[in-house]
Structures are given as structure tokens and as C-alpha cells.
Design a protein around this ligand. Structure first.
Ligand code: MN
Ligand code: MN
Length: 416
């Protein structure tokens, strides 16, 4: 060691000492306190790991990363998971719906989600809302309709895997068709959204005097005698007519919407494929009408969605199929890992780094949804690969050989 090196080492040690002193000072009165950790034992048999008393083994088994967190977890990061199973299910004649909003999951300030089942012929009535509605078809088939600000019509049929977007304020409807209707996920760019308080056609007309309706349409008020006395919301009716016929009617005179509100995911190749899985990114670049971006991620057993973050927006997640765990580093020494099953919602704040790992025996499919037209991310590997290797090595001491071999192109999904 040269004298210059030893003085560097000395000043580094001094720096470390002064930072740990500062940390102790902060820790004494702060939620950011570092946990003292007793090591986990393989079967959790240490005296300090014992769990006397009644418990809920099913829930514990589904949430091992909370119950026996990785030793790297620390601090009081609140939960970023909410299962749809906890949500109240509103059941109507034509199907059912339930929602997860910021009122249920406090971290989810910018987005909310809805699950909806429409039986064959089941109609989600003509309505609109302030926020935009983005959808992912999970099962079956549906007929969707909308009209834009210039009176241009939109009618189409969607199937499992397809998406739609209804921009804020655009009136629309959904009807289950095919052999067994549809089941789908809706995502709204408003955490406080409420599916039970949308602008419904029947609710509005029921709350408008019939003489005003008669004047508005220049007909006798008798025409509105059968407007239902309460909202229909989700109800069962006959199946729609032929698609071409309904499309033609909706597009008469003004034409159709210039950018279709539906997107057929099987029409595109995967954006990235590795041995560990694949991802399809659908945003305004390939789905012009959308102001909500998505990454549809499939991870093979053991597959890893690499360490990354999103500099432009919060991420709302939905676990479609399989089992996984997500690790989130929330700065200030706080880190938390949580487990996810099909039907769970996850949430990550803008620029907060995270990874997702398939912990099951089948493929894990999940959605990363963003309230922005443009998908953006930065991966840890990409950052390190494009920073001088000398500088990164001065932090991590991995050796520059490893750093110089890093992929210069983002991987997205770590190869197995
Ligand atoms: Mn809607
Ligand atoms: Mn992400």
C-alpha cells in the first residue's frame, strides 16, 4: 500500500465512523432505525423464532416473506399488496364486480382497479367517469362500445388477452358474449375512483324530469315512461347483433374513432424474450389511443424481472396467474419483500427500485400498469453498464472484469 493509498483508506474509515455515528444519532428517534437481526434458522426452531398461540396458517403460508422475511428486509415499509379476495363483491343479475382503491390500499394514490364478471349477455350499462379506464381481458369474450367528442362511434369484440382504453369522460359499455361471457380487469388513473359512483345512463335519466327529457328530444314524455326507477348497473339481456351491423350503425355519418380503443395483444410479438420469460410493452407507441401504459410480464419458474425502477410514474400491478414475490427498496435503509398470488394487487411508487421473482412451479403472469402514455424504466444492470467501471468498482468492489461484461442493452428479464 502506498502512503497515498493508506491515507485514502484512513479517510474512508474516518468517513464510515462518522456516518455510523450519525446513523446512531438518527436511529435513536427515527422510524428509519436499523433493525438488529437475529439470524433465521432453516426450520425456524430458535427460541426467538417460536410462535405460541393460535394463528392463521393459510395466510401465514401465503405470506412467508412477511412472516420470515429475508434478512435484507428492514424498517417500517407499509404493505404494498391488497388481495381482491378482501374486496366487497357487488353481485347483480348480469354478473358481479369488486374494486381495490386508495381507500383500501393507502399507497395506491394514483390508480385503482376493478375486477368484473359479465355472464353471457350481461351488460355493464352505458356510463362514463372522470378518469380513464384501461382494461385487460382475462377470460372469455365481450362486445365493447364508445362514442368520442366528435360523435364518432366505436364498437368491437375483444377476447382473453386483449386490452381496451376509454379516455376520461368518454361514454362506453361492455357486454359479455360468446359461450360464457367475460371476466376482466379494469384499471383507472385515479386512486380514489369508485366503480359504484359512475355517470350511468339510467340513473341520470331517472333523476331528470320527464318533461325536460320530452323537450330535449322533442317527443312526448310518454316515450320515457319505462325508464327504470333505479340504476341497472350490471344486468342481463339478449346477446348483441352481428358486429358489422352494430359497427355500421355506430359509425354512420361521423365515421369511426380515428384511433381504435381496443388493442389485440396477439397481433404483436414479445418486446423482449429471454430464457427466463418474456415481456410485451404496450403504450402510445403501438396503441395510439392509450394514455395508460402496460408491461405484460411472463416469468418461467425461478425467473426474475430484473432490478429496476420507473422514473416517470407509479406502477400498479395485478397478478394474473402463478405465484411470486416482490422486493422493494424504499430508501433510508427500508426494504420489504411481499408475496403475491393470482388476484392480488401490488403498488410501487415512482422511482422506487424493485424486482419480481417467480416463486411457484408454473409460469407467473403479472401486469405493470402506469398512468402515463409512455412506458419508461431504468435497470440496475443498464445503469452500471453505462457508468465508468472504475467508479462502480470503487463502490462495490466487484472487480472491473464483471462490470465490463455487463450487457449494454437492458435485459428486462434475467436469463435463467
Ligand atoms: Mn367504465
Ligand atoms: Mn416495475
Amino acid at each position: 500500500m502506498t502512503s497515498a493509498d493508506s491515507s485514502k483508506a484512513l479517510s474512508r474509515r474516518k468517513f464510515l465512523e462518522s456516518t455510523s455515528a450519525a446513523l446512531v444519532a438518527v436511529a435513536s428517534g427515527s422510524a428509519l432505525a436499523q433493525e438488529t437481526k437475529a439470524p433465521r434458522t432453516p426450520n425456524h426452531t430458535a427460541p426467538y423464532e417460536s410462535e405460541p398461540g393460535p394463528k392463521n396458517p393459510q395466510l401465514d403460508d401465503q405470506n412467508t416473506s412477511s412472516n420470515w422475511s429475508p434478512e435484507t428486509d428492514a424498517g417500517g415499509q407499509p404493505p404494498f399488496k391488497y388481495p381482491f379476495s378482501f374486496a366487497h363483491k357487488r353481485i347483480e343479475g348480469g354478473g358481479w364486480t369488486r374494486q381495490v382503491t386508495v381507500r383500501d390500499l393507502p399507497i395506491s394514490k394514483k390508480m385503482a382497479g376493478v375486477q368484473m364478471r359479465l355472464i353471457k349477455g350481461g351488460v355493464r350499462e352505458l356510463h362514463w367517469h372522470v378518469g380513464a379506464e384501461w382494461a385487460y381481458m382475462i377470460y372469455g369474450q365481450a362486445r365493447i362500445t364508445a362514442v368520442d367528442q366528435q360523435g364518432r362511434g366505436f364498437v368491437d369484440d375483444v377476447k382473453a388477452g386483449d386490452l381496451w382504453i376509454f379516455p376520461g369522460g368518454i361514454p362506453h359499455s361492455i357486454q359479455g358474449i360468446g359461450d360464457d361471457g367475460a371476466f376482466f380487469l379494469l384499471v383507472f388513473d385515479d386512486g380514489n375512483f369508485n366503480e359504484f359512483e359512475t355517470f350511468l345512463l339510467t340513473d341520470w335519466l331517472h333523476h331528470t324530469p320527464s318533461e325536460v327529457l320530452a323537450k330535449n328530444f322533442e317527443v312526448s314524455s310518454e316515450v320515457f315512461a319505462k325508464v327504470p326507477p333505479r340504476e341497472l348497473f350490471i344486468f342481463e339481456r339478449d346477446l348483441p347483433r352481428d358486429l358489422a351491423e352494430e359497427k355500421k350503425q355506430a359509425e354512420a355519418i361521423n365515421g369511426g374513432v380515428p384511433n381504435p380503443f381496443a388493442f389485440f395483444t396477439d397481433s404483436m410479438a414479445a418486446t423482449k424474450v429471454t430464457k427466463g420469460g418474456q415481456v410485451k410493452i404496450i403504450d402510445a407507441k403501438n396503441f395510439a389511443a392509450t394514455n395508460i401504459a402496460v408491461a405484460i410480464v411472463t416469468l418461467k419458474p425461478g425467473g426474475l424481472r430484473e432490478l429496476h425502477w420507473h422514473p416517470n410514474e407509479d406502477e400498479w400491478q395485478y397478478y394474473v396467474k402463478g405465484k411470486g414475490r416482490m422486493g422493494v427498496f424504499a430508501a433510508g435503509g427500508r426494504a420489504r419483500t411481499m408475496d403475491f398470488q393470482a388476484g392480488d394487487v401490488g403498488y410501487v411508487d415512482k422511482s422506487t427500485p424493485h424486482y419480481v421473482e417467480n416463486t411457484g412451479e408454473e409460469d407467473l403472469v403479472f401486469l405493470e400498469v402506469f398512468p402515463t402514455p409512455h412506458y419508461e424504466d431504468i435497470s440496475l444492470a443498464e445503469w452500471m453498464a453505462h457508468t465508468p467501471s472504475r467508479l462502480v468498482n470503487q463502490h462495490l468492489e466487484t472487480g472491473e472484469e464483471f462490470l465490463n461484461k455487463l450487457q449494454k442493452k437492458e435485459t428486462v428479464i434475467a436469463p435463467l
